[in-house]
Design a protein around this ligand. Structure first.
Ligand code: GYE
Length: 628
């Protein structure tokens, strides 16, 4: 069947399998013409915000291309034409066709959040793309980090201007575009650090080519003194390119944009033609969406909660290589892959479960795993990485004991041509654009900290101010830093709570006991709530409290992170009140990422695991279902 594309106002039909749908309203899905679904295993409904923007058409094309060889998969798309209310109706109609999974790129993430939650709660998996809704009431989010994209553009322009600095004209479109606002936020954050860069802001009524063209033409007196013009989308950048050319300024003013799409007169093409100095690519994610949709429909384990797509700076120097990479076939021949894994240590039950999950997944994914346990020593992790380099492994995976101090050893791996994946914890490097690591797979530690404090706010109330003791993980570790930050973010909104005492327990059972011991050496017990960064320290603290006659849950409410089986047992015993989940069972996701990496797939920037929160009211119900 020729792939004939027909635009029918509401729907664009791709006869991947013949769809005999006559009218959107009131028509039930008739995949085989007789109302049956014979031969069709999955129907994927795609609700696209609009089909005006080229990249949205590109997304639909990617989804189609990824499934055109799968006769048993049905894709039905709906074009909301930019109308949120219509998008809600589109979703209703797609459900009416009996879709098994919904992919949605919301017109307006706030208006659509409720509908997305309703579909998700009804049991239909929902993949949200491009614009993230608040909260986590969906199956998976796939999209770019738009603030990061803006930061990359800002960093590039600052490096272009160098010591001399210069004048930058920044275009901004209608502020209803969330992605535009986020890109501008990142862009401005970076350039605000440079006193030698002057920014002139030109605000367009709309994010369109014509609006950009007219603005640049009208603002010639500004543009002619500019060194760089920045536009955060390809469509606006094209208008800028045309106007700068027509004003005869194209030999003086360079233009930088975001999007980097592959179509004619889009970012990549404009860079190739020398009309754009650089474009920051914003991957579309269609391939990833279908990949994960099939995993979800196949009930496979290891589906993450968020996949943040990687964006790269594309210039004349790397545009051909970038295009080749984007278009290169992804081939996984299933051959054995040698992986060197530098593991933090064996400091906690979480870590033991994490190590076990990785070792078992390695066997399932035909990975030759060489794991070195570092007993929370960064020096031993350096040694392990250098050993892996000497062994010429295919991929190095690191769970870093602390965030900083990795630049040099990661450069050694890069020079050896060995890609590095960060697992569980992340690192902070001096220059992100060195691309010293390929992807980060792990939890959203900030959100875990927020969840802990939200639970306290909602469940631990008292007339007087409540004092909190924070038992922290090892200093400098990303879970320690980020759980603290997330917790304090919500704490700052709730003045009836305050942190009386913070101390490091290094994520170990003994460490938790020591924190309590140190506090009681100097103080009478006067703490209302304990927030522990992990279960082992919470359990150690509980033992020490009981040894001093202080009753957990009666004299003090204890909230922890990890949600291991030991934590569930403590909740059932009534000693622990709440456990925020941090899932260590990431072996499958990690090994899938390793195989994707070796097969040539464009690796996401971040893969965030799916997590929940449990408290003593539900502990009994869940304890026997826990996987760790
Ligand atoms: O919370 C703790 C482990 O890095 C997220 O490290 C992990 C943390 C986890 O020791 O139990």
């Amino acid at each position: 069947m020729a792939a004939v594309q027909r635009r029918v106002g509401f729907l664009i039909y791709y006869p991947v399998v013949v769809i005999l749908c006559m009218l959107l309203s009131g028509c039930s899905f008739q995949g085989n013409g007789d109302g049956t679904r014979e031969g069709i295993s999955s129907i994927i409904g795609v609700s696209q915000a609009n089909m005006r923007e080229e990249w949205r058409v590109a997304l639909i094309d990617e989804l189609r291309q990824e499934t055109e060889n799968s006769d048993d998969i049905q894709i039905i798309t709906a074009d909301a034409t930019g109308d949120a209310d219509k998008q809600i109706q589109d979703i209703e109609n797609l459900i009416g066709y009996g879709i098994d999974l919904l992919i949605i790129s919301p017109c307006d993430e706030k208006v659509l959040a409720g509908k997305i939650k309703e579909v998700y709660d009804s049991g239909i998996p929902v993949i949200v793309m491009d614009r993230a809704v608040e909260g986590f009431d969906y199956t998976l989010y796939i999209g770019p980090d738009n603030e990061m994209i803006g930061q990359q553009a800002g960093t590039y322009i600052a490096s272009l201007l160098g010591e001399k600095g210069g004048n930058v004209v920044e275009l901004s479109g209608s502020q209803s575009s969330k992605q535009g606002s986020e890109r501008l936020l990142g862009f401005r954050k970076v350039l605000a650090e440079f006193d030698n860069i002057e920014i002139t802001r030109l605000h367009l009524g709309a994010e369109t080519k014509d609006a950009a063209y007219d603005m640049i033409t009208a603002a010639r007196n500004v543009v002619e003194h500019a060194d760089v013009v920045f536009a955060y989308s390809d469509i606006m950048a094209l208008g800028v390119c045309d106007a700068v050319r027509d004003q005869g300024l194209d030999d003086r003013v360079v233009i930088v944009d975001c999007d980097g799409f592959k179509g004619a007169d889009e970012g990549i093409d404009l860079v190739r033609k020398g009309r754009l100095k650089a474009t920051v690519s914003c991957p579309i994610g269609g391939k990833e969406a279908i990949d994960y949709a099939l995993s979800i429909l196949g009930n496979e384990s290891g589906v993450p909660k968020q996949v943040i797509l990687r964006s790269n700076i594309i210039t004349a120097d790397n545009v051909e290589e970038s295009l080749e990479k984007m278009n290169s076939p992804v081939v996984d021949d299933g051959s054995r892959i040698k992986v060197g894994y530098s593991q933090v240590g064996s400091e906690s039950n979480w870590r033991l479960a994490n190590t076990k999950s990785i070792e078992e997944a390695a066997k399932r994914f035909n990975i030759d795993l060489h794991m070195e346990i570092a007993d929370q020593s960064q020096e031993r992790q350096y040694e392990a990485i250098r050993t892996f380099i000497n062994e010429k492994v295919d991929v190095i995976v690191v769970s870093p004991v602390v965030e900083t101090g990795w630049d040099e050893v990661l450069r050694e791996a890069k020079r050896a041509g060995i890609p590095v994946i960060m697992s569980d914890r992340n690192v902070s490097v001096e220059n992100r654009d060195e691309n010293l690591t390929t992807t980060y797979l792990g939890a959203d530690f900030m959100e875990e900290g927020r969840r802990a404090m939200r639970w306290i706010r909602d469940n631990v109330q008292n007339d007087s101010k409540q004092s909190i003791m924070e038992i922290m993980g090892n200093e400098g570790a990303s879970p320690t830093e980020e759980r603290s930050r997330g917790f304090r973010e919500i704490l700052s909104e709730n003045p009836s709570y305050y942190i009386e005492y913070s101390d490091h327990g290094d994520f170990t059972y003994e460490g938790g006991r020591e924190v309590i011991r140190r506090y009681l050496e100097e103080n009478e017990w006067d703490i209302d709530i304990i927030f522990s960064h992990n279960d082992d320290m919470a359990l150690g603290a509980i033992e020490e409290l009981k040894a001093h006659g202080i009753k957990p849950d009666e004299d003090v409410t204890i909230v922890s992170v990890d949600a291991t089986k030991e934590a569930f047992r403590a909740m059932v015993r009534g000693e622990l009140s709440c456990a925020v989940e941090c899932n260590p069972i990431i072996g499958d996701q990690l090994m899938k990422a390793v195989r994707d990496l070796k097969s040539g797939k464009q690796m996401p920037f971040r893969i965030i695991t799916d997590e929940k929160i449990y408290d003593r009211d539900v502990a009994e119900e869940y304890i026997n279902k826990r996987m760790y």
